[in-house]
Design a protein around this ligand. Structure first.
Ligand code: ADE
Length: 246
């Protein structure tokens, strides 16, 4: 998968050299390129922002450097003719990023991310970009960050780990939070008793049916307590009779 990130703080993205995503880059599974928007400016001061038309607080990102960066990315895109690469614009005004979205995006051959700062990017850039990309404003959640970089770190990690080969044992992607609409069950390791606290007895017994039932009950209880919205959103067809007793 090819991933392009455009930012005025490319150093923020250095964390993508670490851990599993860094290894996936070195192994050639993720072709991730970060570019500095300021290098696309043509004035002596490398200006990327200006005051907003209509007034108001803060500054708005100028369109010209974005057009220079994004047109080059679109031209270099590996997507087949007739298809457009995806341009994700992190924004608190976007659709909320979810595990389902991460799975969808992990299927794409090419993702580009445009990290806005200040009050955002001139809206015309998104209209212009729609001729070259499928443009999607995406939010990490209902809160405001100072810019898109932290959101890109989160999204690239969530998407990248779903690209085949990035996570060594694909089974570890199956039983995790949000994979089945529920939060994951609690986990324990040795020692069996620590600080007077014992690991649940059933996990020591080796009865796989009982262990699976116990874990499913824990998932249902934890989700009901912490995220009742997820319980309400569950497809009733995914629940079995024993789930209903929990
Ligand atoms: N930029 C600023 N706030 C953001 C958010 N909540 N999600 C994505 N990008 C953002």
């Amino acid at each position: 998968m090819r991933i392009d990130v455009v930012s005025i703080f490319p150093e923020y993205l250095a964390a993508l050299d670490l851990s599993l995503i860094g290894k996936a880059r070195r192994d050639g599974l993720l072709d991730l390129r970060v570019q500095d928007l300021r290098e696309r400016t043509t004035d002596r001061h490398h200006t990327v922002d200006d005051t907003p038309y209509g007034g108001g607080a803060g500054m708005v990102m100028k369109p010209e450097p974005w057009a220079a960066a994004l047109s080059e990315i679109a031209e270099a895109s590996p997507v087949p003719a007739g298809r457009k690469p995806l341009l994700i614009v992190p924004s608190p005004a976007g659709a909320v990023f979810t595990q389902r979205m991460a799975h969808e995006l992990a299927e794409e051959p090419h993702l580009a991310f445009a990290c806005g700062r200040y009050e955002g990017i001139d809206e015309r850039v998104l209209e212009w970009a729609a001729e070259r990309f499928e443009v999607r404003p995406v939010s990490l959640g209902d809160y405001v960050l100072n810019g898109g970089e932290v959101a890109v770190l989160a999204m690239v990690e969530a998407i990248g780990r779903l690209v085949p080969g990035v996570v060594g044992n694909p089974e570890s992607l199956v039983e995790e939070s949000h994979s089945d609409g529920l939060l994951e069950y609690p986990v324990y390791t040795k020692p069996a008793v620590w600080e007077g606290r014992a690991v649940p007895e059933v996990l020591l017994g080796g009865n796989h049916g009982k262990i699976a039932r116990h874990r499913r009950n824990e998932q249902l209880r934890r989700t009901a307590a912490r995220r009742p919205d997820l319980i309400l959103a569950l497809d009733p067809a995914t629940l079995n009779a024993k789930d209903r007793d929990t």
